[in-house]
Design a protein around this ligand. Structure first.
Ligand SMILES: C[S@@+](CC[C@H](N)C(=O)[O-])C[C@H]1O[C@@H](n2cnc3c(N)ncnc32)[C@H](O)[C@@H]1O
Length: 252
């Protein structure tokens, strides 16, 4: 008899505050056979996603095995692709053994998550893989919750770009969007100041790191952001107010 392949879950565990994990994610993580956990440094078990989970569920309440997968932070595909493939192969081994696996990821799996690569790879391993994606609270909404500035209303538009790739596009984006969320802004703050100042938009930018986490920091002036690099940092650029259609009874 052939072994039934296990089911694969991608679980978004939210932006930092463990109490923002969904009931569905907590329920699944308590009973799943294997929890697949991304780690930043090989063998270090250093994972923001895992610390979020541990804040909501006691270790003793999780029955499954832990499988740490190393995903190095690099733009070099010669480094990242083999690591993603190895991670996918590890998950595939568990699935072939009939185990259900939950891959956890910070925020939501559909927003700049290694999940995208794992999914692509695993669909090459299996033709009939049963996948469930459990959405999580994403930084895209945790950051405006911290700034208390809405992303958009009425006819307004917002967009999301990684600062690491998108700074050069800012002059075009500010002409087309009311809010721009610049993810991965940590190292990019000096460059953002350089581009936003001549556009007269520096005062529209708010920096938020570790939104919802006890380490959360908010800077309404980018020039005050400390030089030490924080990876979990986003800049919300709000140039709203041009078309407040809801406030003005629908008149553009
Ligand atoms: C690899 S992406 C992961 C995004 C995540 N999957 C999500 O749904 O938010 C990492 C980037 O997301 C943003 N980010 C994630 N969590 C954040 C938080 N708690 N506060 C501020 N920015 C955050 C930062 O821009 C960070 O560099």
């Amino acid at each position: 008899m052939t072994q039934k392949i296990g089911k694969l879950y991608a679980i978004g565990v939210g932006p930092g505050d463990s109490s923002l994990m969904t009931l569905r994610s907590v329920e699944l993580l308590k009973t799943i056979d294997v929890i697949a956990i991304p780690e930043k440094n090989k063998g270090q078990q250093d994972s923001f996603a895992w610390s979020i989970v541990r804040g909501a569920i006691d270790d003793s309440q999780m029955e499954g095995d832990r499988s740490f997968l190393w995903f190095p932070m690099s733009k070099d595909h010669n480094i990242t692709v083999p690591a993603w493939k190895e991670g996918a192969a590890t998950i595939a081994r568990h699935l072939r053994a009939g185990q259900n696996v939950a891959f956890i990821t910070e925020g939501d799996p559909s927003v700049f998550s290694t999940w995208a690569y794992l999914q692509e790879d695993l669909l090459e391993h299996f033709t009939d893989l049963d996948i469930e994606i459990v959405p999580g609270v994403t930084s895209l909404t945790a950051v405006p919750a911290a700034t208390q500035v809405p992303l958009c209303d009425g006819e307004e538009r917002f967009c999301v770009v990684p600062a690491t790739y998108g700074v050069k596009m800012l002059p075009e984006l500010v002409a087309a969007f009311d809010t721009i969320l610049l993810l991965k802004s940590g190292r990019m703050v000096p460059e953002l100041i350089r581009v936003l100042e001549p556009l007269g938009l520096l005062e529209c930018a708010t920096y938020v790191s570790y939104a919802t986490d006890p380490r959360q920091r908010i800077f309404t002036d980018l020039r005050d952001v400390p030089a030490d690099f924080c990876y979990f940092a986003t800049v919300q650029l709000s140039i709203r107010g041009r078309k407040g259609v809801l406030r003005h009874g629908g008149q553009a």
